[in-house]
Design a protein around this ligand. Structure first.
Ligand SMILES: C[S@@+](CC[C@H](N)C(=O)[O-])C[C@H]1O[C@@H](n2cnc3c(N)ncnc32)[C@H](O)[C@@H]1O
Length: 218
């Protein structure tokens, strides 16, 4: 998959509707001490920026990184259009370019899953490093109950690389509830639920199934 040009080649991926789990997470952000403009919120893998814009509109101090230049350009254009600010960069999820204990919260939606297990662990460790003690994390993982589970080449246990379609060449690591609990054990779990639906883009027998995790750095 050419993540870099994804949002130019496939404008259908520039989804504007907010993900429910991100909207659900905001009341927890509100409860953290301080005013909105004092709270630093990082969207790791912000895509075409729908949640960057949402959080900036709500008044948070917003930061984001992604590996897609096209997503960054689209997001920056919309921020400029609305007179909003966010600090956007290009970075791989395994290296968060911020110092220890920097963010009040990190969201990471539909991103961490697109990697091998080792890199997923690196990303989680980076999120833990850069969130303040008491700060929050929201992340999602693709579930073994997804209809995409088992499709393509298995490059390690439960990591499959589709050999066709828009996600050709992108690793997908599928997890169970128990694996999420183990992977996220450096955080205190606040909420973990399974979200299963027909998917926004696909038709037929496609079933999107994800684990949604909310936690706190201890
Ligand atoms: C399914 S999209 C989700 C976008 C956004 N979080 C949302 O919910 O709209 C996955 C995003 O992860 C980004 N991504 C994939 N691999 C990445 C990596 N190794 N490091 C950082 N971002 C990555 C892609 O460029 C893409 O924008």
């Amino acid at each position: 998959m050419d993540w870099d040009n994804l949002y130019i080649k496939h404008p259908e991926f520039c989804i504007k509707e907010l993900a429910e789990e991100v909207v659900d997470f905001v009341p927890l952000l509100k409860k953290l001490p301080g005013s909105e403009k004092e709270k630093k919120v990082y969207d790791l893998g912000f895509g075409a920026g729908r949640h960057i814009l949402y959080l900036a509109r709500l008044g948070y101090k917003v930061y984001g990184d992604d590996i897609s230049n096209s997503g960054k350009e689209i997001t920056q254009k919309q921020l400029d259009k609305e007179g909003l600010k966010a600090k956007l960069g290009i970075s791989d999820m395994t290296v968060i370019p911020y110092k220890h204990n920097f963010f009040d919260a990190i969201i990471n939606r539909g991103v961490i899953t697109h990697n091998t297990l080792d890199n997923i662990k690196k990303c989680i460790s980076e999120m833990n490093r850069t969130i303040k003690v008491g700060g929050l994390v929201m992340t999602t993982f693709i579930s073994t109950e997804s209809s995409e589970y088992g499709k393509g080449k298995e490059i390690e246990h439960n990591t499959f690389v589709p050999d066709s379609g828009p996600e050709e060449g992108v690793p997908h690591h599928f997890v169970t509830k128990e694996e999420v609990e183990i992977l996220m054990s450096s955080f205190e779990m606040m909420k973990l639920y399974h979200y299963k639906h027909k998917g926004l883009l696909k038709v037929g027998n496609y079933v999107s199934a994800h684990w949604i995790y909310f936690g706190r750095k201890i």
